[in-house]
Write a protein that binds this ligand. Structure first.
Ligand SMILES: Nc1nc2c(c(=O)[nH]1)N[C@H]1C(S)=C(S)[C@@H](COP(=O)(O)O)O[C@H]1N2
Ligand SMILES: [Mo]
Length: 325
């Protein structure tokens, strides 16, 4: 299999330093280890951290970042103001507002941590500080294609999920990976109002989970992830519909059987376990042949596996993708 060149670069402290900071959250950054561990922001941009929220007109557009197909990244403003995060609200433009004061913590009020458990020889619970110290962060500029028919190009920082899984040493009967989002009804108003089958949970086959394209994202445009994008850590699987990229995860479990997933429980005929981006397989209620890139008016063609076909097609060799949708 030939590898296409992805825009993936190792980041050092200078590259990760934001030219702009949209919020003054010194306390939070410190708690998350963005200041403590590598002193990334603190050492390089102490003034930026103190600076007030810039006006939207001052946000960099695209910032010169492009994906490997030559498409420009969406602006920070677009990526952080048009979100699906049903724990807060089903209104994409209100997620930012409703999540602006969100502080990650566990259900029982304990400080946030990420647990890796299940069929592993070395289960572990990490603080975000420990994750940032242990796994070196890189930038990945990925397309995100929502099943609803819109898309964006997003410059994440993160690290391959494979690194975390390898460290946990999966046992031979581990076949799938299950992910679960924090439940915090006090801070997440959507949880109080709707009857969805919470918690949001997702799953991948182990070989999908350990594919190099699959990352845990901790940042966006050189900043820690904002709440609306999954603060402090979320999954990103760029060849699958956006809902597979589960946000604000606190538990990763290795399991033997295919796990239940949130959208599949709601509408199994519309949202399969695999949910690979596929212009050939329409959603029962709409075509998946085209998409609207946020910021553009004309629709563009949707690419097989969201443009990552060369890298991931062999994961599905011999499978009928209209059956395993
Ligand atoms: N926990 C959780 N994760 C989630 C969602 C959600 O509602 N809750 N929405 C999904 C959907 S439908 C999409 S398209 C992406 C959107 O990610 P973004 O807002 O960072 O662009 O997040 C996915 N992850
Ligand atoms: Mo989505």
């Amino acid at each position: 299999m030939t590898k296409i060149k992805l825009n993936s670069i190792k980041m050092d402290a200078t590259e990760i330093t934001p030219e702009y900071i949209y919020r003054n959250r010194r306390q939070f950054l410190k708690a998350m280890g963005f200041m403590g561990t590598a002193a990334l922001l603190a050492a390089c941009a102490p003034k930026a951290i103190e600076s007030p929220i810039p006006k939207l007109s001052e946000m960099p557009e695209g910032n010169g970042k492009v994906d490997e197909l030559g498409d420009s990244a969406n602006s920070y403003q677009e990526i952080t103001n048009y979100n699906n995060f049903y724990e807060f609200t089903t209104d994409k433009q209100d997620v930012a507002l409703l999540s602006k004061d969100y502080q990650p913590r566990l259900e029982n009020g304990q400080p946030f941590s990420l647990e890796i458990s299940g069929l592993v020889d070395r289960p572990k619970t990490y603080t975000i500080e420990e994750i940032m110290a242990k796994f070196s962060q890189e930038e990945r500029i990925y397309r995100l294609r929502c099943v609803e028919g819109w898309s964006m190009v997003i410059p994440w920082q993160g690290f391959p999920l494979a690194a975390l899984l390898e460290d946990a040493m999966p046992q031979s009967n581990a076949k799938f990976v299950r992910f679960e989002t924090v439940l915090d009804p006090e801070q997440m108003p959507g949880l109080r109002r709707s009857t969805f089958p919470w918690p949001y949970q997702e799953g991948l086959r182990l070989d999908e989970a350990t594919h190099d394209l699959t990352i845990l994202a901790t940042g966006l445009y050189g900043n820690p992830l904002p709440a609306q994008n999954g603060m402090p850590i979320r999954l990103v699987v760029p060849w699958k519909y956006g809902f597979k990229s589960i946000k604000t995860i606190y538990r990763i479990e290795l399991v033997e059987n295919q796990p239940e997933t949130f959208w599949n429980m709601i509408a199994p005929n519309e949202y399969g376990f695999y949910s690979n981006v596929n212009p050939q397989v329409d959603h029962p209620r709409w075509s998946q042949k085209t998409e609207r890139r946020i910021g553009e008016s004309r629709r563009r063609e949707t690419l097989m596996f969201n443009g990552y076909e060369e890298e991931v097609a062999d994961l599905y060799e011999g499978m009928d993708l209209s059956v395993y949708y």
